[in-house]
Design a binder for this molecule. Sequence first.
Ligand SMILES: Cc1cc2nc3c(=O)[nH]c(=O)nc-3n(C[C@H](O)[C@H](O)[C@H](O)COP(=O)(O)O)c2cc1C
Length: 187
Amino acid sequence: MNEVLKTISQRSSIRAYTAKKLTDAEIKALITAGLQAPTARNMQEVHISVIDGDNPILKEIDTQCKLTMLKAAPDDETKAKIESNPNNFYYNAPTVLILSADKDFKWSKLDAGITVQNIALAAQSMKLGSLIIGIIDDVMRGEKKDYFAKLLKFPDDHEFAIAVAVGHRATEKEPHEIDFDKSVSFI
Ligand SMILES: Cc1cc2nc3c(=O)[nH]c(=O)nc-3n(C[C@H](O)[C@H](O)[C@H](O)COP(=O)(O)O)c2cc1C
């Protein structure tokens, strides 16, 4: 198997990280891989906000995320689960990248998805762990949308697309199983 296929096959979502910070060179390699992703019409409309894991902005987003989930919880059991969850949305990763993209461009979400996967695969190839994060979507589109967009320096007319946490793994996880019969048809 070649290196690209090996990297793709070995990537998995990591939900525990050591406290070790990423180096500037590692962060640069990750964002470069992200920006090298193809975009529709080569618009390159995806923007990456790089946030250190210690930045209080992350705690603020996490608190808002839990409040939003509590509000939407259908029953007490779900509420108790949310309240007792000891994890934050980025599992204490040392670096979080929040991707935003032009809200009026038809392909923004898809472009951001390709960008985030490039970052996740780059992380895997660098022996780092990553987690793609969508759970903050409701918060980033909720009542504090403009406030967070400003704090995260989204360019004008951009909105949240997806996020990714990256760091040194404190746990291993097997890649997910795949099911050719369910997922593929040869015509
Ligand atoms: C668009 C998208 C959003 C996701 N959002 C979250 C999230 O908010 N929190 C989380 O723990 N995992 C999230 N994941 C990770 C998925 O749960 C994970 O990719 C899936 O369970 C398959 O596991 P694997 O990545 O280890 O193969 C997300 C994945 C994708 C593609």
